[in-house]
Design a binder for this molecule. Sequence first.
Ligand SMILES: *C/C=C(C)/C=C/C=C(C)/C=C/C1=C(C)CCCC1(C)C
Length: 265
Amino acid sequence: MFKSNMKRTSSLLLIGTLGLLALGNASAATGILETDDMVGVSFWLATAMMLASTVFFILERQNVAPKWRTSMTVAALVTGVAWYHYTYMRGHWISTGESPLVMRYIDWLITVPLQVAEFYLILAAIGAATAALFWRLFGASIVMLVAGFLAESGEMSDGLTWPLFAVGVAAWIYIIYEVWAGEAKENVSGASEGTQFAFKAMAIILTVGWAIYPIGFIMGEGGDAGDVENLNILYNIADVVNKTAFGMMVWYAATMDTKAAGSEE
Ligand SMILES: *C/C=C(C)/C=C/C=C(C)/C=C/C1=C(C)CCCC1(C)C
């Protein structure tokens, strides 16, 4: 009985994963990638990494202890949503040579709150998270993105670009403060090795991994074509680090915990 259920789950997973791959082909219609277009190459690399990570997280989900499965699902959603948007963004870049600014922020508006939810889940698993903490982090991440969008899109007057950027940075620094010095930290010390690893990985991602974005923003404000290229390469690298590599760390923590639980039995 249990075995046949497992079998059915695996084949459903396989069908779902193959479906994803087919969708990838369907949306792959785009212009020609030139050999010297390094930004275009980075868009294509990021797209493939997002798809591969999504498939990996979905398939690995069944190999970790049940309490980690929702975290794996969220990791797959983050890379899956990003993959979907990257199939558009790479085409936009190759066809126009311009930043896919709106799509970039649409993607962040979904994936950043999902990552905040991931952080909450890791902490909730050890009873160290409150709903209030989630909403504070969620609110700060939205402020950061809206300020960044208004600054980057040029919708506001030029004089507001840097003040808005400063608002975005302030919201980000608040998130860093919550993670390193807030209520969450005290409660983590007694948790399992896997949870402690995941918490540390998350704190480093939010601090070091996320720092790539404001650096990219600053480089992009230079105004010439090379600056737009640097901005897109940096944003693409940042997305791979913060979505794919972060998901891998969650998977690693989950695996560590699952093995530890197995050896206790
Ligand atoms: C998967 C996408 C992620 C994790 C995106 C993260 C984006 C940021 C951390 C953006 C940060 C910015 C600031 C700190 C200042 C204003 C400009 C932004 C929006 C680029």
